[in-house]
Write a protein that binds this ligand. Structure first.
Ligand SMILES: Nc1ncnc2c1ncn2[C@@H]1O[C@H](COP(=O)(O)OP(=O)(O)O)[C@@H](O)[C@H]1O
Ligand SMILES: [Mg+2]
Length: 401
């Protein structure tokens, strides 16, 4: 064991006073602290026993003396263990409550927070917040550069949710992707809401039937969610023991009244997502129908455009974070108006323009065609060719032509 003195303020939850007391009591470095018992530590430096335990654990990990696992790789064991926010060094029950109230429910959510946001949420100093974020990033493996191999491994987790319409699935490279947002834009009546209704049904199917065995969140801003449509679509699956009640129970609908309310619903969805995970019906689909409707009506004047775009940008990032964290699929709709007053350029430009376009991973344009046919056009995708496919909306759901 070394007797070299280390800067103990590096330990999350240890400020200058505690650090000084530790040194005075002979706890000169991480290695010495790592071998202490919580009782010894809290007696000599007057910190709570829970804090003492966290300080010891941190020092054990840092100095490679972790006793968390027998024989195995300690780091791996830490990652596999489900860490709670109480496990963060320096976080007691009060801070944990404050964090939860502000929507920080997981290690990952703190790892991706800004120190200013976290400091405000937990009513802690910014330097403490920084230490917490650093610790969470290490645990959650979030932060710096990742190798191509790691990115590839993350991509392997991507799930595809099938539309069950073969041509559409082919266009989409197998279905709508998780860890991504797909924007469906098109005129009124082009089939945006029909598709998202179909997907909240499909996502609940077991994987062998093209679903993900999960549940869905449906943020409804135009009051167009219809349980009757879900019922028709469930019957349309023609699965003998499909129970409509069960399908409805796994769709969590929230009617947004204002754009701020809409944003809040997504910010607060982490709590519900945790519950769904615990219930064995993990969140696999996040719908916002329509993404832009309320924003458009509330921010009507020219002067408010910048603010609207800024809020939309934040909202899109919140949706993305939710989908990334739970490996869920994000589907947002965006209405466009064919505007005869526009003589130049595309008269059917989606609302939100660049902001939505840059944040959405996939963009899909829907339009009506002859004989009740509808055309789905893949406009923008990082890994798929542009293209079109057709479908119909029938009583039983979306179908091949
Ligand atoms: N039960 C049904 N059977 C057949 N077609 C339907 C049914 N319900 C809705 N539709 C079709 O879907 C269209 C509405 O599409 P929708 O997805 O709500 O449009 P939007 O793109 O505005 O969200 C209707 O005009 C109708 O053609
Ligand atoms: Mg609609």
């Amino acid at each position: 064991m070394t007797t070299e003195t280390q800067n103990l303020e590096q330990i999350p939850g240890v400020g200058p006073n505690t650090a000084e007391k530790l040194v005075q009591a002979g706890y000169l470095n991480f290695e010495i602290i790592a071998t202490a018992t919580p009782a010894e530590l809290y007696e000599s430096v007057e910190i709570g026993e829970a804090t003492a335990r966290k300080v010891i654990n941190w020092c054990r990990q840092t100095s490679g003396l972790s006793t968390e696992s027998e024989g195995g790789d300690a780091d791996e064991a830490m990652k596999q263990r489900n860490l709670e926010i109480e496990d963060i060094p320096g976080v007691g029950p009060t801070t944990a409550d404050k964090l939860r109230e502000s929507g920080f429910l997981t290690i990952e959510s703190i790892a991706t927070a800004t120190s200013a946001n976290l400091a405000e949420a937990a009513e802690i100093g910014e330097s403490t917040a920084k230490k917490m974020i650093k610790w969470c990033r290490e645990q959650a493996d979030i932060g710096g550069f990742r190798t191509g191999t790691e990115v590839f491994e993350q991509r392997l987790k991507v799930k595809k949710l099938t539309t069950l319409v073969p041509d559409l699935d082919e266009l989409l490279g197998g279905g709508f992707e998780s860890q991504a947002i797909t924007e469906l834009y098109g005129e009124f009546g082009s089939g945006k809401s029909q598709i998202v209704h179909q997907m909240v049904v499909n996502v609940q199917l077991p994987e062998e039937l093209g679903g993900l065995g999960g549940s869905a969140i449906y943020v409804d801003t135009e009051n167009t969610f219809r349980p009757e449509r879900i019922e028709q679509m469930v019957r349309g699956l023609e699965i003998e023991d499909a129970n409509v009640e069960d399908f409805l129970a796994n769709i969590h609908v929230a009617r947004a009244q204002t754009s701020d309310h809409q944003m809040l619903l997504i910010e607060n969805a982490h709590e519900l997502a945790q519950e769904l995970k615990a219930k064995g019906k993990p969140l696999k689909l996040v719908i916002v129908d329509s993404l832009t409707g309320l924003f458009r009506s509330e921010y009507a004047g020219r002067g408010t455009l910048a603010e609207r775009q800024q809020k939309l940008n934040r909202h899109m990032h919140d949706i993305f974070k939710l989908c990334d964290e739970y490996n869920a699929i994000g589907l947002v709709t965006n209405q466009v108006m064919s505007n005869p007053a526009v003589f130049f350029g595309d008269p059917t430009k989606p609302i939100g323009g660049n902001i939505v376009g840059h944040t959405a991973t996939f963009r899909i344009y829907l339009r009506k065609s002859k004989g009740g046919k509808r055309i789905m056009r893949l406009v923008d995708s990082p890994n798929l060719p542009e293209g079109e496919a057709t479908f119909m909306v029938e009583e039983g759901g979306i179908r091949s032509c």
